[in-house]
Design a protein. Structure first.
Ligand SMILES: [Mn+2]
Length: 295
């Protein structure tokens, strides 16, 4: 699993008193971990962006520590930072949770009978390649990353090694690595580089309205006689972008709504809130500019 972005702080018009968006992120993380709490998996790995900010709110740190403490009693856990956790996680989650390994710097980790090359996010592909080579020396079963890979897609954008400084390609992958688990890319997807499979579980809760239509997931690997992996969808809060008032009938209660275009009026906002949905705050167009141009 990856990109849980815990501690997100956002407010919506019409949301119940005391509701916090951070609760959604925590709930989807807990849902993602249900198979682990049920004893159905042997290892849990989190490939970065555990928190939304590099200095997370104290409450988010406490919630993460409580959950990881509970989890570490059931199953071994490996957690690494993403680009959002750019100060690392040892300063927040700490190293003292039994069963939980926090890996802030590239390292080779042996856990649950598996050899993992753990390589947190790096800004330059060449640096990533040398860190990955060190972490995977001697062979690994999985390489854990938080990186954009050549060919990854986010909406209509495709990452390309060489064109984007932090994007890595097959040429940066250590020889012999056949399974890569990576965070960073929020839409779930997978890539094939020759013998290597690169799998992105995607963010565990929608972090922006650009993810409104995405299925949120974890990835489960089965290492049996046959090796296979599968996405498991998570229950997450619906998000909807509404561009015209005629869409009112399609809006479900407890949905996060962004109003755009002809739907962006205070009158329609009130109707959406009456329908039980919660609206992203927006500002009126700049009146001063309008008045100035009228003179
Ligand atoms: Mn992320």
């Amino acid at each position: 699993m990856t990109d849980t972005h815990l501690g997100v702080d956002r407010w919506f018009v019409g949301s119940p008193r005391g509701w916090r968006r951070a609760d959604d992120h925590l709930a989807s993380l807990r849902a993602a971990l249900a198979p682990a709490f049920a004893g159905e998996v042997n290892l849990v790995v989190h490939t970065g962006d555990l928190f939304d900010r590099s200095l997370p709110p104290a409450r988010a740190i406490e919630e993460a520590r409580v959950l990881l403490t509970e989890l570490g009693r059931c199953v071994p856990v490996v957690v690494m930072p993403g680009n959002h956790d750019r100060r690392g996680l040892l300063g927040s989650v700490g190293s003292g949770i039994s069963g939980v390994q926090v890996v802030d710097e590239a390292a080779r980790v042996e856990v649950a009978g598996l050899r993992l090359g753990v390589v947190p996010w790096l800004a330059l592909a060449a640096d990533w390649a040398s860190a990955a080579a060190r972490a995977c020396a001697g062979g690994v079963d999985f390489l854990l990353a938080h990186q954009a890979f050549d060919g990854c897609r986010v909406n209509r954008f495709t990452f390309r090694a060489g064109r984007h400084p932090d994007t890595v390609g097959p040429e940066h992958l250590p020889k012999g690595v056949t399974r890569v688990l990576s965070g960073h890319i929020h839409p779930r997807q997978s890539l094939r580089y020759g013998e290597a499979t690169v799998v992105f579980p995607g963010s565990s809760e929608r972090t922006s309205f650009t993810e409104a239509d995405e299925v949120k997931s974890t990835v489960t690997w089965e290492l049996d006689r046959e090796v296979r992996w599968v996405f498991t969808a998570l229950p997450v809060r619906p998000m909807q972008v509404v561009a015209h008032p005629s869409a009112l009938g399609t809006i479900q209660a407890d949905t996060l709504v962004r109003l755009t275009g002809a739907a962006r009026t205070r009158e329609f906002e009130r109707e959406v809130v009456r329908a039980g949905a919660w609206v992203e705050p927006w500002k009126e167009p700049d009146r001063q500019v309008a008045l100035f141009s009228m003179r």
